[in-house]
Design a protein around this ligand. Structure first.
Ligand code: FAD
Length: 441
């Protein structure tokens, strides 16, 4: 390295929840840290719905005072849609509206990530916006090959002892590092879901009126059924203070297989009478698409190489069950990566062996335990696409048929409804599939 080359203790690729949690943790341990973010500001390119804050509350215990949180999720709904009909189950608790609000908030990621970046800067890290990392710089060969820096687009390389890769889903830098350092041996290839979301502005009173909320309450609704016919996935609707986020996530390859366009699916979802009534008169202010890693536990690469730690979506750490937990996993893994890097810094050893505590520490947390618990979900989703549209539709029409008022004797109505429910399902398959579906919860 020449005298003019810039070298820090650690460089973090990506200023999302994983990268910022890692940078904050390392900066607090006195390390000189730079976060390289390709967007104009952290979060400018990020999309998500709910933010689970258990890890954030450890990292920044006063976050409720200053973080730009939209509304707590005090009520949740699971809804099944069929044509123009619907069936839903709603649950919630008063306690979920009071701090810490069940650690679940609706956020706008551009605002939230910018705030998180400010906290990280206050802790001493440098946030370097508009810096696109094109790849890593390596030294050595074979098992001794190690990452020593990053190549930034249109700029000189930057060097560091530790590099935390937190470039999110569809992460070209991490993918190339995994291949250069041989970190995916024996792992399943990663596949992706496509998340599509739009934000609709509505006056605060309208939102509270339509969703039956007090000013300090919010809600999250998950949808399955007819608007997503043929896709492996479902929709969501979250209330912000003066906005409603509406979107869906589905296996990317199921769009191609069904020749469906994401925008058209979203429009069909928004036109469903249940959804339309919530959004009516609103102004569309943002539309975004983003990939979500969906292969689960068996596709998680080795999380460390010489000089490298991988965290968050870049490592595929998303829980694709009904909990949809990504950003909390990202922060937990970023924090663990930062803690290990700080120990390596103190010991002056950034070899793969010295970074091993990151892996063992993460194995002991809810992140890896949950990823392991839900490891069969990708297979279930592939094997039983009907769980996402056919069954929700059938369940919905069963209830509608049961409660449609007529002069027919109830026994006949019920028999006909049950016969219709099972029509088209091979014998016993329904029960067998529902038994398998328990693993989604
Ligand atoms: C539609 C949708 C809905 C979701 N809903 C939820 C939800 O309800 N709850 C939940 O917990 N999770 C949800 N998620 C998932 C959640 O958003 C992610 O798990 C989380 O953002 C992962 O954080 P991260 O820091 O690993 O990656 P990201 O948040 O993606 O951050 C990565 C950062 O790296 C930057 N970057 C990428 N490449 C480069 C490069 N070459 N150079 C420099 N910078 C780079 C990006 O600009 C970005 O800022 C949702 C995702 C989508 C798409």
């Amino acid at each position: 390295m020449s005298d003019e080359q810039v070298k820090l203790d650690a460089l973090v690729v990506g200023g999302g929840p994983a990268g910022l949690a890692a940078a904050l943790t390392m900066a607090r341990q006195g390390m000189e840290v730079g976060v390289l973010e390709r967007g104009d500001s952290c979060g400018s390119k990020n999309v998500s719905g709910l933010l689970y804050t258990t890890v954030l509350s450890d990292l920044l215990p006063d976050y409720l005072d200053s973080a730009p949180l939209e509304r707590p999720v005090s009520r949740r709904t699971l809804a099944f849609l069929d044509g123009e009909a619907h069936w839903s189950a709603t649950f919630g608790a008063e306690a979920w509206s009071a701090a810490p609000c069940n650690h679940t908030h609706v956020v706008h990621r551009p605002q939230f990530d910018r705030w998180f970046a400010e906290q990280t800067e206050e802790a001493g890290a440098s946030i370097l916006d508009s810096m696109v990392v094109e790849g890593l710089v390596y030294e050595g060969d074979g098992p001794g090959k190690r990452a020593v820096g990053v190549q930034v687009r249109d700029d000189e390389p930057l060097y560091a002892d530790a590099i935390v890769l937190a470039d999110g889903a569809n992460c070209l830098v991490t993918e190339s590092a995994i291949s250069e350092l041989g970190l995916a041996k024996g792992k399943k290839p990663q596949t992706w879901a496509l998340g599509v979301k739009q934000i609709v502005a509505l006056p605060r009173e309208k939102i509270e009126d339509r969703f039956n909320l007090d000013p300090h309450e919010g809600c999250a609704l998950d949808f399955f059924g007819s608007p997503f016919e043929g896709l492996v996935g479902g929709g969501f609707l979250y209330t912000g203070r003066e906005t409603v986020g509406v979107g869906f996530a589905a296996k990317a390859e199921s769009f191609a297989a069904r020749k469906l366009k994401p925008r058209e699916v979203l429009d069909a979802f928004c036109r469903h009478p249940v959804v339309r009534k919530y959004l009516q008169g609103g102004e569309l202010i943002e539309y975004s698409c983003h990939m979500i890693p969906e292969s689960g536990y068996l596709a998680i690469p080795e999380l460390i190489g010489n000089g490298v730690l991988i965290a968050g979506d870049a490592a595929g750490l998303v829980n694709m069950s009904l909990y949809h937990e990504g950003s909390n996993h990202a922060m937990a893994s970023g924090r663990a990566a930062g803690q290990t890097a700080a120990k390596a810094h103190a010991a002056g050893d950034f070899s793969k062996a010295a970074l091993q505590p990151y892996v063992s520490q993460l194995q002991d947390t809810f992140v890896m335990k949950d990823m392991a618990k839900y490891q069969e979900i990708p297979e279930i989703m592939d094997a039983l696409p009907e769980l996402f549209s056919l069954y929700p539709r059938k369940l919905c029409s069963l209830l509608i048929d049961f409660f449609t008022v007529s002069q027919q004797p109830k026994a006949d109505t019920q028999k006909a409804a049950i016969r219709k429910f099972f029509a088209g399902l091979p014998k016993l398959q329904g029960a067998h599939n529902l038994w398998k579906a328990r693993k989604l919860v």
